[in-house]
Design a protein around this ligand. Structure first.
Ligand code: SF4
Ligand code: SF4
Length: 424
């Protein structure tokens, strides 16, 4: 990602844009705001002005570039093959370099990049969450506005203990046909440990050993998207070192953002590093979303699946669909489960508005985007919303709670594990 360090190199991307405006039709932010600064074309024009020296690195410019979900809908719809999400990342990196990161972000990224500190902090948070958050059946909401969290927002409870502290590092099975290393990601580790448990069950049914490297930590994408390229690079190196130690057939992930980091971003960030470049590329080739791995590598054995009597729909996480290309495999798994009645969303790949910390920093705008997804879900008559990403799940859960809807949100892996259990 040279353009992240050498901002002028992003011109190779901006010059492809013919300003046709096709991206307006698909950008979830533009649909809410109608403001040219929120859509890809507007951001590209601003980038060109910066490159020509006509614009300064002002606070206003930083705010405009903060307003992007990184959903890649614009890139998928662009007739010229422009990747506006990369242009936004480059601009954010340059803005961080020129203006410096705010002290709060610096502190958060320092904690995220220090696995010991991060894990200790969240373990402490899990023990004391009742003090700061009102507990409810479907999650918790803040008693006071902590780090700008809107009081009505419903967040998941922190898992105590975390997924990584619940399971052994080595999970062998008799007569194993393959071995994988599992990257759980922060949402599975700290909020939805049942997803990790489901992965271990699924792999056991398929006679696959699972290694859960205990020293894994945040994938680094939250740091990268805020422009802290150096910290993101250090986090990438740490995971490349860690996961290269294991002799495994594949690395599997359960979140589009984490999967994208291993499949694409680490190799990009480290491509000019003589020590890490090849190692990162090797890991990238071995990384799969769990559904890709099951369908494309292992082969889904339909005869082992038990019935799950439920009406479900599926939300495609942006990074599962547009970055990892794993949505088809997730849908194949869901549709292959006996008893499932599948009612598709009208717009399954429309962004839910979560986009990591965007839903914290821009709650109202994020919620306006989510509302379209909630209406779509309601119209399907589904009892369960299945998705493949913890961050989307947090966003959907909040919306369902706010609108007093009845649907439950599950990860695709949890639905599949239930099917295996019902077969026994
Ligand atoms: S980014 Fe693509 S779709 Fe958007 S204005 Fe430029 S060429 Fe058109
Ligand atoms: S990545 Fe998504 S939110 Fe950002 S400009 Fe493109 S379509 Fe809009």
């Amino acid at each position: 990602m040279n353009y992240l360090r050498q901002f002028p190199e992003i011109e190779q991307e901006t010059i492809k844009c013919m300003k046709c405006g096709n991206c307006q039709a698909v950008c979830p932010l533009y649909k809410e705001t109608g403001a040219e600064g929120t859509v890809a074309r507007g951001k590209i024009k601003l980038t060109e002005a910066v490159l020509e020296g006509k614009l300064d690195y002002t606070q206003r410019l930083a705010k405009i570039f903060e307003t992007c979900l990184q959903c890649k809908a614009c890139a998928a719809a662009c007739p010229c093959g422009v990747q506006p999400d990369k242009i936004v990342l480059a601009a954010r990196a340059k803005l961080a370099q020129e203006r410096g990161l705010p002290p709060v972000k610096k502190l958060i990224f320092k904690v995220l990049s220090n696995p010991g500190l991060f894990k200790t902090g969240l373990a402490l948070g899990a023990r004391t969450q009742g003090l700061f958050f009102k507990q409810r059946e479907d999650g918790q909401s803040a008693r006071v506005p902590i780090s700008g969290i809107v009081l009505r927002r419903v967040l998941p409870k922190l898992a105590a203990p975390s997924f990584l502290n619940r399971v052994p590092e080595n999970n062998p099975v008799p007569d194993a046909r393959m071995t994988v290393a599992f990257f759980s990601g922060c949402t599975t580790n700290f909020a939805y440990p049942d997803v990790g448990k489901a992965i271990l069950e699924i792999m056991k049914h398929n006679k696959i050993n699972v290694i859960v490297p205990k020293a894994q930590h945040c994938c680094g994408l939250p740091v990268l998207v805020h422009g802290d390229v150096d910290t993101a690079t250090e986090m990438a190196k740490s995971h490349v070192d860690l996961f290269s130690k294991y002799q495994v057939d594949a690395i599997i992930t359960v979140c589009g953002t984490c999967g994208e980091s291993f499949q694409k971003n680490y190799a990009e960030l480290l491509k000019d590093d003589p020590e890490y470049s090849q190692k990162a590329q090797k890991l990238a080739k071995k990384t799969y979303d769990f559904a890709q791995f099951l369908v494309d590598v292992v082969g889904l054995n339909h005869s082992k699946l038990g019935p799950v009597e439920a009406t479900v729909t599926y939300h495609i996480p942006c990074h599962i669909g547009r970055s990892m290309n794993a949505a088809e495999q997730q849908l194949q798994i869901i549709r292959s489960i006996p008893g499932i009645k599948f009612n598709s969303l009208k717009q399954p790949d429309r962004c839910c508005g979560g986009a990591g910390s965007f839903s914290l920093t821009h709650y109202d705008l994020s919620y306006a985007i989510l509302k379209h997804k909630l209406d779509d879900i309601q119209s399907t008559g589904a009892d369960y919303v299945i998705t493949g990403c913890g961050s989307c799940r947090m966003q959907l859960n909040d919306g369902i709670a706010q609108e007093k809807m009845s649907q439950k949100v599950l990860h695709t892996a949890e639905l599949l594990a239930q099917s295996y259990r019902n077969a026994q």
